[in-house]
Design a binder for this molecule. Sequence first.
Ligand SMILES: O=C(O)[C@H]1O[C@H](OP(=O)(O)OP(=O)(O)OC[C@H]2O[C@@H](n3ccc(=O)[nH]c3=O)[C@H](O)[C@@H]2O)[C@H](O)[C@@H](O)[C@@H]1O
Length: 428
Amino acid sequence: MASSEVKYRGGGAHETHPQSDPIMYSPKPEKPWLNVARPIHYVLREQRLLFVLIGAAIATLFFVLLPSTSAPHSLPYKTHIPNWPSEVDLLGRVNHRSAFEEVRFVGSSGAGKVPLGLKRKGLRIVVTGGAGFVGSHLVDRLMARGDNVIVVDNFFTGRKENVAHHFGKPNFELIRHDVVEPLLLEVDQIYHLACPASPVHYKFNPVKTIISFSFLTNVVGTLNMLGLAKRVGARFLLTSTSEVYGDPLQHPQAETYWGNVNPIGVRSCYDEGKRTAETLTMDYHRGAKVEVRIARIFNTYGPRMCIDDGRVVSNFVAQVEGLMRLMDGEHVGPFNLGNPGEFTMLELAKVVQETIDPNARIEFKDNTPDDPHKRKPDITKAKDLLNWEPTVPLRKGLPLMVNDFRKRIFGDHIATTTTTTAAATTTN
Ligand SMILES: O=C(O)[C@H]1O[C@H](OP(=O)(O)OP(=O)(O)OC[C@H]2O[C@@H](n3ccc(=O)[nH]c3=O)[C@H](O)[C@@H]2O)[C@H](O)[C@@H](O)[C@@H]1O
């Protein structure tokens, strides 16, 4: 019924319209010049042209001034980000930061130096052990580069404070997780650093389970992360260690050296754990065609190091640059990443006295069993293929680390006396 009514009314309207009657209505053909003259006349009347010009001027002024006024308002753009399609993929399949930058670019013509779409797309990267010493510095670099970073850490030695400055950023996530349990994440790259790295934590702990825990983390943890890399097609980087060389018989150690590890020693859980991790990594590379990278890190020091770490210092954390070059380059490795500068423990203690505290007391103690007598990386391969070498000398880097330690232990107060413990056996 309703539809017929509508039809009927329409018909009526049509019938009463004067233009519908071909007899009653016969428009005169317009003269062509009138077509142009009429609109011009219309515009010139009642100062309409003036209003049009004023409008155009206001619009021009608005677009010219927009860049300077929009910059401080970049935050409101950011608040719109959750509505972007990127939010659909919680793991950052689409880069939040890239989207943010594109919005800013569109809104502010002043940013027009970089054409839309040419900005680097951030990668989705998981860093296991990312709340630790080396890991957290790596996370800082990846975040600064604009990647979407997921930190996976069980906080065995790592600290939330090391990454707390990234909390709330849309391209950062922190997951408390033990890598000995499987994990599924959609990522492009996996930096696998999770590991009880210091002998203080893996060697002398009287609880037996902790010792096997080190092996378990290195073996099962690496296996899980390699499995993840295989499933999602991610590139995998293992941070192995100079400990794979054991107490080396070759000096300095090139990557071709197979090492001298005591398989039943007190520290073999770590050395053999990392050696097995390397084996697994290469097996996945050859057998499952996973893209892998292996770095052998030599002892590193710097701010955020675990206060009771107990390792001898030799390399500043600038090493993360080497890790990133390795990951983004085309070479599998292994690569030694360390400082080839050699010094004895006594020389090190003296540098501490010179640069930090002249009153620091030097104590001599017996070396611990199976500790390597001397070690020095041959970094020719890293120099040639990654164009990387350490940049921060000990005398410059050590005070930076000590300042960080002082701040964490004493707040702003400066410690009056430092005790430097040097092992009796020297490194050369
Ligand atoms: O120099 C090296 O050879 C070592 O350097 C780094 O270790 P580092 O940063 O110095 O040590 P930590 O500060 O203790 O960092 C290890 C991180 O792994 C985490 N972790 C440890 C054990 C574990 O089972 N799971 C786990 O997530 C810790 O909580 C911590 O955040 C790398 O993380 C190690 O893989 C590497 O072997």
